[in-house]
Design a protein around this ligand. Structure first.
Ligand SMILES: C[S@@+](CC[C@H](N)C(=O)[O-])C[C@H]1O[C@@H](n2cnc3c(N)ncnc32)[C@H](O)[C@@H]1O
Length: 237
């Protein structure tokens, strides 16, 4: 494992081979440097830095900068007008998403903690978004999701209760238009998903949902080793 951006990640197979041949320090140093470079490749501005410090104050872990940049790129690629986010937090992922969406796009974001959403609202306003661009719904994701319309969304970001990810996937498949994308953060869970000995409920649930996404007939998946792992899949048209 190597540490970066406050997390630890498992070494790739080639890095482990490097350590067997005596090059462990150089290999892990090179991997850490590459990850650091990739994570900071698209820099964050003062608005995102403030949203991150609010997250630290309330004890919520936002998506990393590399994941945020990936979300913005996906939203722009999709020409996203309608996005659903499960787990608003203090608005780090929301700011990235809104910055990639069309200028008339609306982000619907659900969180069980009203205080987190109050802070996210501040982040969105500071980023210059009119209140018509975001809809914050307070409540448990699984209670709120049935109120959202079928096949109406371009992108669904999943970043709430890890043990409920499989249920969120079922909801996302209903909500997404053909060609829409589901993205799930924390898909690697600091190396625990890849470790079969890790049997805590979150690791088990994340492993299960990864398999469901990978094997689903309607989905074209990829597991991106960005940040803490971003599992993405396109719903086939
Ligand atoms: C990891 S944080 C989200 C971070 C945010 N996506 C970001 O990157 O800025 C997880 C959020 O999910 C919320 N949450 C946890 N369980 C939930 C549930 N069952 N329904 C809705 N929100 C939930 C927490 O209150 C927390 O704000």
């Amino acid at each position: 494992m190597v540490a970066y951006a406050g997390r630890t990640v498992q070494l790739r197979r080639c890095e482990i081979a490097g350590s067997r041949s005596g090059g462990a320090l150089a290999a892990s140093g090179a991997l850490a440097a590459s990850i650091e470079f990739a994570e900071s490749f698209v820099p964050e501005d003062a608005v995102l830095a403030t949203a991150r410090s609010r997250a630290a104050e309330v004890g919520c872990v936002p998506i990393g900068p590399g994941g945020g940049a990936t979300l913005r790129m996906l939203a722009a690629t999709l020409g996203a007008r309608s996005v659903v986010e499960l787990g608003t937090g203090t608005g780090v992922s929301g700011v990235w998403l809104l910055r990639g969406m069309r200028p008339d796009g609306v982000l619907t974001s659900i969180d069980v903690e009203s205080e987190h959403q109050r802070l996210a609202r501040q982040s969105f306003v500071e980023a210059g978004f009119a209140s018509s661009r975001f809809r914050l719904i307070n409540g448990r994701a699984l209670d709120v999701l049935p109120r959202l319309a079928d096949a109406s969304y371009d992108l669904v970001l999943v970043d709430a209760d890890k043990t409920e990810y499989s249920d969120y996937l079922t909801a996302a498949l209903r909500l997404l238009r053909p060609g829409g994308v589901v993205a799930m953060d924390n898909a690697l869970w600091s190396g625990r998903v890849a470790d079969p000995a890790a049997r805590d409920p979150e690791s088990v649930a994340l492993r299960e949902v990864a398999k469901l996404v990978r094997d689903h007939d309607e989905l074209v998946p990829a597991l991106l080793p960005v940040g803490d792992g971003l599992l993405v899949a396109v719903k086939q048209a």
